[in-house]
Design a protein. Structure first.
Length: 486
């Protein structure tokens, strides 16, 4: 292997980062490009190119789907660790994502929606999980470039998130939903082609090892179990035994059970020391804060999506935006402000806020952002200036930067030595729960009743702000439980 000084590099990093950067950017482009259209495709009338679903059911499904994607990260980790290895999991997951977008683009009606979303959801969970493992394998444990490489990689996520809704949303406005989905498929195809061409020269053996191979004698058992679960779910949905508008609650419940199980297994394990159990205890309130935060933050795909469609004046200088393009503001703000936050925490060092304080302030900010809706309650179409939505999404972003990267980092720092991945899985389940709840909120939101709308925003705001204050109030208790972790 070439030394870091002689190998081909990408911004001073291993050349493989360029390949991973590209496929992650295009996967996020396709995912967020599709997600930006999803709620509108579901509830728009068939005469407008949509499926004509009930609006509350459609928004509930969007939230359930978001929670499902995070759950699939756990499935992908099993496939990566026990069957294919990280690199092959990444490659085949990307293929599955592209197939899903093609199905959405070419197969009309509910069948195309169901098949496409399942493929995209399972594939995105695989790309999200495996790409970071492969990236880590490009570096030795002692390589000082590792953190910078992950920071560069993170930018690909936000560039894709910025461009996806902006471009597919514009195509939707000109040619219809299916052309938007087709563009998402083309984007994923570009990323997959680039990855395939550079795969051997840039990735090499990184991520090729299967860390804990599943014995072949157990393949049939796991395969039949997976088929049985899929068959039961399909039967429940197609027969109407399981109503579609229950799915958000069901995804929330599954993620909650998974979280409790993961934490319980760590608490009762003899491999976990008393100090590690103390850290786990201190981490639980932060998981609750994460669920509440993401319930509102992810509502940009449910409640805010409907508001953008039905109430906002989308004039942007000389352009008229589509509602889907509003979702590009959040990743744009992340690209601008993430380096500022990172530099601030680095400069403050030990003087920076504790993790509990950051989580608390994030919840207070996202709760306060909902007050901005109140002056426009009960007003008609195009009554809310675009600048108002931009301000709300700016506050969402500030909250996200206080909580999301901090939560990622904290999960790795307080995790017991014997269960490093398991606590991160519990963190992902908190995001899954919050995302599922954003679907519940979408199903409860009624923009046509001024009193109900005002109560909706005030209640959410009060609950989230109160939780944020509680997290700040217990910050010293959390620090004591964490011992050597802030």
């Amino acid at each position: 292997m070439d030394s870091p000084h002689t190998e081909r590099q990408f911004f001073g990093q291993p050349w493989g980062l360029a390949n991973l950067f590209g496929i992650e950017l295009w996967e996020r482009f396709s995912f967020y490009g599709m997600n930006g259209l999803l709620s509108y495709y579901m509830y728009y009338e068939t005469t407008e190119g949509g499926l004509g679903m009930d609006e509350s059911t459609a928004l509930s499904l969007v939230g359930a789907y978001g929670g499902f994607v995070y759950m699939m990260a756990l499935v992908a980790s099993f496939v990566s660790d026990r069957l294919l290895g990280p690199e092959r999991t990444l490659y085949h997951s990307a293929i599955l994502v592209m197939i899903g977008h093609i199905l959405l683009a070419l197969v009309p009606g509910p069948a195309g929606l169901a098949l496409g979303l399942v493929c995209v959801g399972v594939g995105s969970g695989g790309v999200k999980t495996a790409s970071q493992v492969v990236l880590g394998d490009l570096y030795s444990r002692e390589d000082p470039r590792r953190d910078a490489g992950f920071s560069i990689f993170y930018m690909s996520v936000n560039i894709g998130g910025l461009l996806g809704p902006a471009i597919t949303g514009g195509v939707w406005g000109m040619a219809g939903f299916h052309w938007g989905f087709a563009l998402a498929a083309i984007g994923m195809g570009i990323g997959l082609l680039q990855y395939t061409l550079m795969r051997k020269s840039s990735i090499g053996s990184a991520g090729s090892e299967v860390p804990n191979p599943l014995p072949r004698s157990e393949w049939a058992k796991w395969g039949l179990g997976a088929v049985a679960v899929i068959a039961v779910v399909v039967e429940l949905l197609t027969t109407g035994i399981l109503p579609l508008d229950w799915l958000s609650w069901i995804v929330f419940a599954i993620a909650l059970i998974a979280t409790v199980t993961l934490l319980w297994e760590m608490f009762v394990s003899e491999k976990v020391t008393p100090a590690e159990k103390s850290r786990l205890t201190g981490y639980i309130p932060l998981l609750v804060g994460s669920v509440a935060f993401f319930a509102i933050f992810q509502s940009q795909f449910t409640v805010v999506a409907v508001y953008s469609d039905q109430r906002a004046d989308l004039s942007f200088f000389v352009w008229e935006l589509t509602p889907a393009q509003v979702q590009s503001f959040n990743p744009a703000f992340i690209i601008i402000f993430a380096p500022i936050f990172a530099a601030t925490w680095t400069k403050l060092g030990d003087r920076q806020w504790t993790s509990a304080t950051k989580f608390g302030v994030a919840n207070i900010i996202v709760g306060l952002s909902l007050f901005i809706f109140l002056p426009y309650v009960g007003k008609g179409p195009q009554s809310t200036p675009l600048l108002v939505l931009v301000l709300i999404l700016f506050l969402f972003t500030i909250g996200e930067l206080l909580l999301s990267p901090v939560g990622n980092s904290l999960a790795t720092r307080v995790a017991p030595q014997a269960f490093k991945s398991r606590l991160f899985a519990a963190w992902l389940m908190s995001v899954s729960m919050g995302t599922a709840l954003s679907g519940v909120l979408g199903s409860l939101y009624n923009p046509n009743d001024a009193a109900a709308e005002r109560t909706f925003f005030l209640t959410l705001s009060a609950v989230t702000i109160a939780l944020g204050i509680c997290l700040i109030a217990i910050r010293r208790w959390v620090v004591r439980k964490f011992a050597d972790v802030r």
